[in-house]
Design a protein around this ligand. Structure first.
Ligand SMILES: [Zn+2]
Length: 106
């Protein structure tokens, strides 16, 4: 099922941020990769939505970034900070709790 991110943006933005954080804990990621990863999970997210999210996550201290390459081939790689890792752990518990009610009816 393809979810039109633009239609429910506010509601889904938190889930997308957690998805970004999850992958940024596992490995470095860059924007285009993340857009394709989200697409694989049925989210259509434009660069105009994703890149600002990455910037905000970095500004709030959840991600840090470095630039690889130069000129037109330069790309920015993001990874989770300690704060990002901690936040994902907190979120994991909250998601499990919510999953119990939303999906399993507990
Ligand atoms: Zn994923």
């Amino acid at each position: 099922m393809a979810i039109d991110e633009s239609e429910h943006q506010d509601l889904l933005a938190g889930l997308i941020r957690l998805h970004i954080l999850h992958h940024a804990v596992e490995d470095e990621l860059y924007g285009h990769w993340m857009i394709e990863e989200l697409a694989r999970h049925g989210y259509r997210v434009s660069p105009g939505t994703l890149y600002p999210m990455l910037h905000v996550l970095e500004r709030k201290g959840y991600l840090e970034s470095r630039t690889e390459g130069a000129g037109r081939r330069a790309r920015r790689l993001y990874r989770a900070t300690e704060k990002g890792r901690d936040a994902l752990e907190v979120a994991r518990l909250k998601v499990r709790e919510l999953f119990g009610e939303l999906i399993e009816g507990r």
